[in-house]
Design a protein around this ligand. Structure first.
Ligand code: UDP
Length: 482
């Protein structure tokens, strides 16, 4: 079966409520009457140009702008954000030295390393130009993605303070910081025979849950992680897209080991319902399809912006979904199957799932997860997806692929216990069973109850007196004191 090309976008105009946005805004408006906060002081932000990194940085920019700071976003040409979505920000593109072919290759580690080398001079030149253009307008601080570690040296050159934004979980950050120890103890590099061994220093992680980026150039990976950690230690603070209730242990460890301020102010996407910063166009027809489904009946399937699967895995997924007999909304991103830009689903799949399934190339995920018809999320456990699912109280089926996703999946299934793990290869019977356990059996009900507690805590942390609300306050005070 060949999938139809994307329909022309039908924009969803239905009501979507974001209750904690309202709570946050009410408390904040009151407070702003009393304080002037940023008072127009200038912040320069530099995101890592990947979907899961760009979105939280732009959310952070919006939060800080609403607190009275003026915002300049310096960004690469590759995956550049759309300035028309953010008329209040000043956007400055810089050369990234990436050829198209080079930029889109699947060697993520080389991609990140190249940006860290290629952007040094353009980034510094851009800062110099900004200061020359407006000599009165001092830059209060640079805020850059933790992976963009080269910005610390530039900040030092320019005598500007730098704060980092960590867009993934605090736990995976702690794990990365432990790499030297994990290597010394022989957990890393990961060897197949010991992949099930528990890492006693980082419970409940097993060796196979440790962050991994699928490269044979391990020395380069270790160097990249070391640079990220070292340049974080020399920064003036860490902002985290997480919240207290979720990762208390990791927060305590960071506060103990990094002698710099730590500001967990997440979930960042909940501060405003503003423009989507998505690099791909959302297919809003999925929302109209969801409107016709029964409450909590649909399993939403999406593996983020980078994960790539084998054709055989896609086929097993298709039959697992079809045989589960559960309605599904499935995102198949172009290029997400090895070796082909687009895919053919197996013969007979369409007939078997007619009326039960909707397949799109990219969905408005946050709205999808907030839709009452969605009862489960089969996810790769990218940090944004994990937090978005928690915030909407949707239990998860975890199929982590690389990077920090395995750490996040282990926490979903064994710490918060709000999801099930699909492990040891994909096959249709295993998938069918897992979907039924999540969507219709008692086990799924238990997961749903537990994730509702996390959701309530996510709501609370943004209210006045809540942990993220207070952390944001401290962050603003910190920036103003720099
Ligand atoms: N996303 C989306 N539509 C989709 C799939 C994903 O808008 O169909 C968004 C999702 O809401 C999240 C981001 O893409 O904010 C993916 O980030 P995540 O950290 O989960 O994974 P990554 O793409 O970095 O692997």
């Amino acid at each position: 079966m060949k999938l139809e090309p994307l329909p022309s976008p039908i924009y969803y105009r239905g009501p979507i409520s974001f209750p904690n946005i309202k709570l946050y805004s009410m408390a904040r408006t009151e407070e702003k009457k009393q304080r002037q906060h940023g008072m127009g002081r200038h912040l320069v932000l530099f995101p890592c140009p990947l979907e899961g990194h760009l979105n939280p940085m732009l959310h952070l920019a919006s939060v800080l702008h609403s607190e009275g700071f003026s915002i300049t976003i310096i960004h690469t040409h590759f995956n550049s954000p759309d300035p028309s979505n953010y008329p209040n920000f000043n956007f400055k593109p810089i050369s990234d030295g990436l050829q198209d072919e080079e930029a889109t290759r699947t060697d993520l580690m080389a991609f990140i390393s190249d940006i860290n080398v290629n952007c040094k001079v353009p980034f510094q030149d851009c800062l110099v130009r900004l200061l020359l253009e407006n000599p009165q307008d001092q830059i209060a601080c640079i805020i850059s993605d933790a992976l963009m570690h080269f910005t610390q040296a530039i900040a030092n050159n320019m005598k500007l303070p730098r704060i980092i934004l960590r867009t993934s979980s605090a736990t995976s950050f702690v794990t990365c910081a432990a790499f030297p120890l994990l290597r010394q103890k022989g957990y890393l590099p990961i060897q197949d025979p010991q992949s099930e061994v528990m890492v006693s220093e980082l419970p409940p992680l097993r060796v196979k849950d440790l962050p991994n980026i699928g490269t044979d150039k391990l020395d380069n990976l270790y160097q990249l992680v070391a640079n990220m950690i070292n340049e974080t230690k020399t920064s003036r603070g860490v902002i985290s897209n997480s919240f207290d209730y979720l990762e208390q242990m990791a927060f305590a460890k960071i506060r103990q080991d990094f002698s710099i301020p730590f500001f967990p102010i997440g979930p960042l996407h909940k501060y405003s319902s503003g423009h989507s910063s998505s690099l791909l166009n959302h297919d809003h027809s999925s929302m109209a399809w969801l409107d016709k489904q029964a409450p909590s009946s649909v399993i939403y399937v999406s593996f983020g912006s980078l994960a790539v699967m084998e054709k055989t895995e896609l086929v097993e997924m298709a039959w697992g979904l079809a045989n589960s007999d559960q309605p599904f909304l499935w995102v198949i991103r172009p290029g997400s199957v090895h070796g082909s830009e687009w895919v053919e689903l197996p013969q007979g799949f369409e007939e078997k799932t007619r009326g039960k399934g909707c397949v799109v190339k990219w969905a408005p995920q946050k709205e999808v997860l907030a839709h009452p018809a969605v009862g489960g999320f089969w996810t790769h456990c990218g940090w944004n997806s994990t937090v978005e699912s928690v915030c909407e109280g949707v239990p998860m089926l975890c199929w982590p692929c690389f990077g920090d996703q395995r750490v996040n999946a282990r926490f979903v299934t064994h710490v918060w216990r709000v999801g099930l793990h699909i492990e040891n290869g994909l096959n249709r019977r295993l998938i069918e069973n897992a979907i039924k356990r999540l969507m219709v059996e008692m086990e799924g009900e238990e997961l749903r109850k537990r994730i509702m507690v996390l959701k309530e805590n996510a709501d609370c942390c943004l209210r006045k007196g809540g942990s993220s609300y207070e952390s944001l306050h401290s962050l603003i005070d910190c920036i103003l004191s720099l």
